[in-house]
Ligand binder design. Sequence first.
Ligand code: ATP
Length: 363
Amino acid sequence: MVSGLRADVEFHRRDFALRAGFEVAPGEVVAVLGPNGAGKSTLLSVLAGQLAADRGRVALGDAVWLDTERGINVPTHRRGVGLLAQNALLFPNLTVLENVAFGPRAAGVRRARAREIAEHWLSEVDATMLAERRPDQLSGGQAQRVALARALAADPRLLLLDEPLAALDVDAAPAMRGLLHQVLRRQDRPTVLVTHDVLDAIVLADRLLVLLDGRIVEQGPTREVLARPKDAFTARVAGLNLVPGVAVADGISFGDSTISGRTAEPLDLGEAAAAVFAPSTVAVHREHPHGSPRNAFLVRLAALEPRGDVVRVRGVVRDCSLAADVTPAAVADLDLRPDDEVWFAVKAAEVAIHPLSGGSSGT
Ligand SMILES: Nc1ncnc2c1ncn2[C@@H]1O[C@H](COP(=O)(O)OP(=O)(O)OP(=O)(O)O)[C@@H](O)[C@H]1O
């Protein structure tokens, strides 16, 4: 029987506290996104039972894994958790097939049946031809495919993916991401995916949970959260600019000026709201721009970063960091350098105004 995960946990370290409450339905993939030190690995370790929470409850369907009030703390090896980490961590002395058959064998499955299970999962991850190799004869991407097969062959009740693509090179990561997408949509256990990469969340996850300083600051369907981020971290990883302010007619107030935009949903004047727009919609000028209805901000340039065909120009205005994507030719023409003061301009039609209040608690 497949069951959903319910977790509501607190974990304290000397100068860090994790407090997170969330659910993952059977077959659902929830991505946990957050900056370094946000508590993502700590959260996975608490779910897996490698770290004992100070307070809380973790249950998979009717099976209670942790309940601090009732003194329940099921050890890791009895939780039935499948973990795919950044590195494949295969047993070096076993062949690929033996690695994948290891979980079923450890669970008491007979040798011939364990071999069939391993062959099935190797085929699922497109690694049948690697069966007789040893881990040191595999590329990083191949090893990670085998590690995924090994995790699934053990028939875990919960799948935990801890930055599964982070150690792969730029060629191997897209293939592994595609494979994970295929495999995850065909299975019905709950999955928690920890990632730094918003693309993983977009491609692999049904829902996104953003963790900052040990707290869930946003959660919801991935695209919704990314389309209307409520805090600056989410906006940055979503690749969007987000300016927080207060709703006024046609936009938000920002300092002593107004940012005009389109409202996607009704807003009460005076409520907390944000202006959200893509870096590609921002034009950079040396002089205050005139003409069509534009929002213009005088920013101090912080950084210039090459990003494929464009240069991402980062500027700061009133403690708010904004990005503009411009061509290398424009950077040269404008002679942009860090610390310069320039104008960022964006048409009102490109700016989406979203309410900031409500709907983002950790439960
Ligand atoms: N073994 C440890 N002992 C003490 N503090 C730790 C330990 N591991 C992590 N921390 C601290 O706990 C907090 C949460 O760390 P955690 O590794 O869970 O974050 P993370 O979101 O996974 O970060 P990263 O993306 O860098 O892996 C951080 O402040 C970190 O410095």
